[in-house]
Design a protein around this ligand. Structure first.
Ligand code: GYE
Length: 378
């Protein structure tokens, strides 16, 4: 079932030469869309693939990554690179799309040209994939969607998906906020929330924003404003600065990832205000997602009051799916990862929430400790 890789023409993007040299054509094969963005970074395991043949046993994987917008994303890329290594019997063609769908489409077309064995796609947004995934299907290349979801008219356009339940994450955050307010004597209509959203149209944004909106609807909180921070620290800071100028009564900022939270915290502190869960005494509470090491560090310090876990280590999970497919086994279409909730204090011990398959369950809420933080590698 191995296909021969044409030429694994990999730009050796050594440190400073990231954008140079790739020239946009990261496939090295003729016939691909000419206008591959010059911003696309393509790296891969160094290889001498002269003697690569169909029966070399090496599995070629093309991975189209969203970008490098967050600590979570960096950990995700590392997990994939560590797993799909030469030593493990893979050749990985890694393409960083710099948060642009058109770059991802170009990368996938290049992977098809190169006749990779598997295409892994972490899609920037949910829509717009039907055509290129049909091309992969026509070329008989299984597509594994990683992290965010695709919204396609025909589910057979991808083989399987591994990722997190972003709607459940958002619901956990909302249920936690309600329980926290109740436990601390804060009335629902006292909560004045701003929402720094992720990349609009991405699964993580759609689910997390919806989880909050449902809480607003259900509990009657005030939602003052929603604006995208594009999952980056810089944009998170900029958006928070402008929100603080617009509204003088913000007491909760619901950030859709840790990097946005870091930016928001900087903006709040620069404005002379204090972050923390004591909203009755003028603190601005920060809620976040990802639970990266830096995020949990801020949680332990009380700067983030609630951080909802989103696990980026999808490399081994994707590999397990590939191994099953290689063995001719069937795999589940949707593979959700279990995740936790970490908080600064212990006023809430658990929350009840529905996942996106409409199943309700209780989830433990864990007060962060140094010991937990020490184990968080990313
Ligand atoms: O939360 C964020 C990243 O799609 C779950 O994307 C992922 C999100 C993650 O940039 O930090």
């Amino acid at each position: 079932m191995k296909k021969k890789v044409l030429t694994a023409l990999l730009c050796t993007t050594m440190l400073g030469s990231m954008l140079m040299g790739c020239g946009g054509d990261n496939s090295g094969s003729e016939g691909s869309k000419p206008d591959a963005s010059s911003a696309a970074e393509s790296v891969g395991k160094e290889n001498t693939d002269e003697d690569k043949t169909d029966d070399s046993g090496v599995i070629t994987v093309g991975f189209s990554q969203v970008g490098a917008e967050s600590d979570w994303r960096t950990a995700n890329s590392e997990s994939m690179k560590d797993t799909f290594s030469e030593a493990n019997g893979y050749e990985l063609i890694f393409d960083d799309a710099q948060q642009k769908q058109e770059n991802q489409i170009t990368a996938i077309r290049n992977f098809i040209q190169q006749e990779v064995d598997y295409i892994l796609l972490a899609p920037v947004t949910e829509t717009g994939w039907d055509t290129v995934l049909q091309e992969a299907k026509d070329a008989d290349i299984p597509v594994i969607i990683v992290d965010r979801m695709v919204n396609v008219s025909d589910d057979s356009l991808f083989t399987t998906w591994i990722g997190t339940d972003s709607l459940l994450e958002g619901r956990k955050a909302s249920e936690w906020l309600n329980a926290y307010a109740e436990a601390n004597g804060i009335a629902a209509n006292e909560l004045n929330i701003v929402n720094i959203q992720g990349t609009i149209g991405s699964t993580a944004q759609i689910g997390r924003s919806k989880g909050l909106e449902e809480g607003v609807e259900k509990y009657g909180w005030n939602l003052l404003e929603q604006q995208t921070g594009e999952f980056t620290q810089a944009k998170g800071q900029e958006v928070m600065e402008s929100m603080l100028k617009q509204h003088d009564n913000i007491n909760v900022v619901y950030c859709e990832n840790d990097n946005e939270a870091f930016g928001a915290i900087d903006a709040i502190e620069a404005a002379g205000k204090k972050v923390g869960g004591d909203v009755k005494n003028g603190e601005i509470m920060v809620i976040s997602f990802d639970t990266t090491n830096a995020g949990l560090t801020d949680t332990l310090a009380g700067k983030i009051t609630c951080d909802v876990e989103c696990n980026p280590l999808h490399g081994p999970r994707a590999e397990e799916l590939i191994k099953k497919l290689e063995a001719g086994e069937t795999v589940e279409k949707l593979n959700y990862v279990d995740e936790e909730v970490f908080t600064y204090d212990d006023s809430v011990k658990s929350v009840t929430a529905k996942n996106s398959l409409d199943e309700e369950a209780d989830y433990a809420v864990t007060q962060i400790t140094q010991e937990i933080l020490d184990k968080r590698a990313y």
